[in-house]
Ligand binder design. Sequence first.
Ligand SMILES: Cc1cc2nc3c(=O)[nH]c(=O)nc-3n(C[C@H](O)[C@H](O)[C@H](O)COP(=O)(O)OP(=O)(O)OC[C@H]3O[C@@H](n4cnc5c(N)ncnc54)[C@H](O)[C@@H]3O)c2cc1C
Length: 429
Amino acid sequence: MDDVAPVLSGPMQSVEEFSEEAAAWLAEHGTLRQNESDKKDIVWGEGDFSVSVFHALSHEDEQALIERIKSWTQKKAEKGYHAIAWPVEYGGLGLTRKHASAFARLQRQYEMPGGHEITGVTTGLVAPTINVFGTDEQKARWMGDFLATRELCSQLFSEPGAGSDLASLACRAEKDGDEWVVNGQKVWSSGAQFAEWGELIARTDVDAPKHKGMTAFIVPLDHPGVEVRPIKQMSGGASFNEVFFNDARFSDDLRLGPVGEGWKVALTTLGFERDHSDDSGGGGGRVGGGWQHVLATAQALGKTQDPVLRQKLADVYINHRIEGFVNRRAADLAKGGTPGPEGSLTKLVWTEQMTRVSNMIGDLLGPSLIADSGEWGTYAWGEHVLGAPGYRIAGGSDEVQRNIIGERVLGLPGEPRVDKGIPWKDVPR
Ligand SMILES: Cc1cc2nc3c(=O)[nH]c(=O)nc-3n(C[C@H](O)[C@H](O)[C@H](O)COP(=O)(O)OP(=O)(O)OC[C@H]3O[C@@H](n4cnc5c(N)ncnc54)[C@H](O)[C@@H]3O)c2cc1C
């Protein structure tokens, strides 16, 4: 890797010193945002008003967006700014989350390429999972490239018959000599059409109970027997894919973690997916409209004096602040390690706030939400309102998060599980 940051010698750089250097680097390589509104508050009618949750882009435009994100991440990788709290051997700086947060704050002053699921999955979900389960060779092979987005990796978990009950999945991987032969189908694989790799969870033992007979792999997607088919959405975009495995043969060195431990690997990835406590994310990839957008909309429409709407606005603001506090507490609990069930809480607080924002905007805009009057900052909110429900499902639905909190945080009695202890092959489906 030619972009590994120099090994730090001596005591760790203070956050202040680091910020000074980072600010100078950003000033040299970034483009300062044009108007004050982009930096903090929104000035009505100025610049972009983007509150979309998902992309509704053509394949070419989506590819171009991903290339812009990769290019900025790789620029940062020349200094290790893409992976500030990651070890030096993976291209990071070996500093703390405080340093990473300081960089993220500075970066917000600059034009960013935006965010995309596939770069987020690669750097925020798959790379940390490999860090937990990978062998030294696997870490050396993938971590640097994934963190710097030189290569991308999709999440191949869900199947047509296995979503909330992921542990019932049926995609088979059978051992044949030193190889694994994979057959089956995955679905809802975000961004797989743009990825070189997939983190696959497959069934390797049909005689074991469902949670015990799975194994994880990192598999190449441009491989004989693997077919990636984008799913066209009514919005015009194609965020998801079906991925088919037809006698696809993979060598055993692509196995991530021990045979039969795929459930642990999947839970680790899902822990990172549900965790929303990290504010140091790289690309400035805010999802949907935030409190500032809601407030600006209410002010522009002259609705902040309406007593009923004021009450609702106060509720959105209170929950915006609560979300920040819950995230900080979860970050303290996780201490930069693998997030536990507290990740379910941060995910739930996040999706509930997105829904609250949708409802507030419906109250503020009324018909302008669905009829494009051309007025800046109004009809655009449809992209938030239509996209937000997707994240109530992705990474485990709200109901599933509540089950996890009930059972693993509050210690409430578990759901009735009729297939507990039964070999997977004997469970009716
Ligand atoms: C935006 C988005 C991105 C995604 N990206 C990926 C990806 O990259 N890779 C991937 O593998 N998958 C991905 N998924 C799939 C996602 O993980 C599944 O959709 C999710 O786990 C739910 O599974 P399902 O769709 O099969 O719904 P089901 O499991 O069939 O659930 C249907 C309904 O039943 C409820 N329900 C189910 N079980 C229970 C229960 N025990 N208690 C209470 N209620 C229950 C659910 O809450 C839901 O409302 C994505 C989904 C979305 C929306």
